[in-house]
Design a protein around this ligand. Structure first.
Ligand code: PLP
Length: 391
């Protein structure tokens, strides 16, 4: 499919029809595959012959999702996982050994910090955190022992934008790999693999699904690196269900159109919030006033659907605002067609210590909005009436 453009690949990449010549992709809800003979089974199990063996290893629907996603991310290959966090686990257990160092952005999803600090360190891997936009700090922290650098861009929920090319250069100078979480941008808005990253991590649960129906994750990289992940998958099993792969394949078909529409709504809401007297600060890369606007413009095709803003009055104001909304769903998810509202300090980032929250800038007055695809006038009207409930 490499001769086609992204919009075509989003709909056709990876398609392999069965003998039935189905037009839409089939779901192979099967745990294993049957063979005509013991000889055929032995050949497939040993890997001497191509073919599916067991759905923990490969499954045609999951493979199709992987091929299509790899094509959109401009990577050689992808591996799908049961969730975004399962992708992180696959990355860590496949690539890290005792004595290694991970250098990670401080401004990162709460469960990522918990995973690194609780589980990765148990196996003798050191994890150090840096301010991800301080490139001198990266340079200092990346030592010869560093095997992995990791950050989100744009970050959730503060919309910090990190220069992929700069950090990849610093990582590669010391022989380390760079993995970038671009869950907020998705392959529709940014392709870190073309900007110097070695691996992209996706939570397909978010915008790739786009309707809040199922969990999924993926790692996209060179074939050589994905082969290492595949070996781990065969032994450890955090694989994606064929049904979820089928849902997510359909999500990929409309991803680019949805991201354009999410972005168009989000900039309007960000502008409204920026002009509102009760709002202290708006974090959205599409605003020219945003610290990382220029870099976001350079690295991304658009600014996406997630923003956050800070209210005076800390948690009381944030909770009162959230409880006053009528159109929005109060949830920890993001990336849905519905507009979603979250209080990061007590939900998505609630497991961070107070010190970690303070360092990461997760204030009690911070509200996150995943701007959906409803009419923007209705979204703004809801925000307006909810802000009206504050003193
Ligand atoms: C930026 C980011 N990365 C990773 C994840 C984890 O993904 P999942 O919930 O699919 O495990 C999330 C989930 O909210 C996220 O927001």
């Amino acid at each position: 499919m490499s001769n086609f453009k992204d919009a075509t690949n989003a709909i056709h990449a990876g398609v392999a029809q069965t003998q039935e010549q189905e037009n839409s992709e089939a779901i192979f809800m099967t745990s294993s595959f049957a063979y005509a003979s013991a000889e055929e089974a032995a050949g497939k199990f040993s890997g001497d012959d191509d073919g599916n063996v067991y759905s923990r290893f490969t499954n045609p629907t999951v493979s199709l999702f992987e091929k299509r996603l790899a094509s959109l991310e401009k990577g050689e290959a992808a591996i799908a996982t049961s969730s975004g966090m399962a992708a992180l686990m696959t990355l860590a257990y496949s690539l890290l050994s005792a004595g290694d160092r991970v250098v990670c952005s401080r401004n990162i999803f709460g469960s990522t910090v918990k995973f690194f600090n609780t589980y990765t360190v148990k196996f003798g891997v050191e994890v150090v955190y840096v301010d991800a936009t301080d490139y001198a700090a990266w340079e200092e922290a990346i030592t010869d022992k560093t095997s992995l650098c990791y950050f989100e861009t744009p970050s959730n929920p503060l919309y910090e934008v990190v220069d992929v090319a700069k950090v990849s250069q610093l990582a590669h100078d010391k022989g380390a790999l760079l993995c970038v979480d671009t869950v907020l941008a998705t392959p529709a808005l940014q392709n870190p693999l073309t900007q110097g990253a070695d691996i992209v991590m996706q939570s397909a649960t978010k915008f790739i699904d786009g309707q809040g129906r199922c969990l999924g994750g993926a790692l996209i990289a060179s074939q050589e690196i994905v082969d290492v992940f595949t070996a781990f998958m065969r032994s450890a099993g955090p694989c994606m269900s064929p049904f979820n792969a089928w849902v997510l394949l359909n999500g990929l078909e409309t991803l680019s159109l949805r991201m354009t529409a999410h972005s168009a709504n989000a900039i309007k809401l960000a502008q409204y919030l920026e002009a509102h007297e009760k709002v202290k600060k708006v974090n959205y890369g599409g605003l020219p006033s945003h610290k990382y606007h220029e870099l976001a413009k350079q690295q991304q095709k658009d600014f996406g659907g997630l923003l956050s803003f800070e209210l005076e009055g800390g948690r009381d104001s944030a909770w009162r605002f959230i409880n006053s909304t009528k159109l929005m769903s109060i949830t920890g998810n993001l990336g849905d067609t519905k507009t979603l509202v979250t209080h990061p300090a007590t939900t998505t980032h609630g497991r961070l210590t107070d010190e970690e929250k303070q360092k990461a800038g997760i204030a009690e007055g911070l509200v996150r909005v995943s701007v959906g695809l409803e009419d923007i006038d209705d979204i703004i009207a809801d925000v307006e009436q909810a802000l009206g409930q504050l003193d």
